[in-house]
Design a protein. Structure first.
Length: 74
């Protein structure tokens, strides 16, 4: 089941937000004080950060793409 191309910016946002929040929450968990099993803390931190980052990435991506296009040339 393929996603229609017109929703590619949403698919991009979902993947980007998931990856970004996974890395950021992993760094925060590893650098933070020990408050339990790392995997449990990481999953909790990732779930929260993903729900926060997804709308930001989805709505910001078109503006970022336009800015990059304006700043770059062939």
């Amino acid at each position: 089941m393929a996603i229609p191309r017109r929703y590619s910016h949403v698919a991009f946002g979902v993947i980007q937000a998931g990856l970004t929040s996974a890395v950021a929450s992993g760094v925060a968990v590893l650098a933070g004080p020990d408050a339990g099993p790392a995997l449990s803390r990481w999953l909790s931190a990732w779930a929260l950060s993903w729900t926060m980052m997804l709308p930001v990435v989805v709505f910001a991506a078109p503006f970022i793409r336009r800015a990059v296009e304006a700043l770059t040339a062939d």
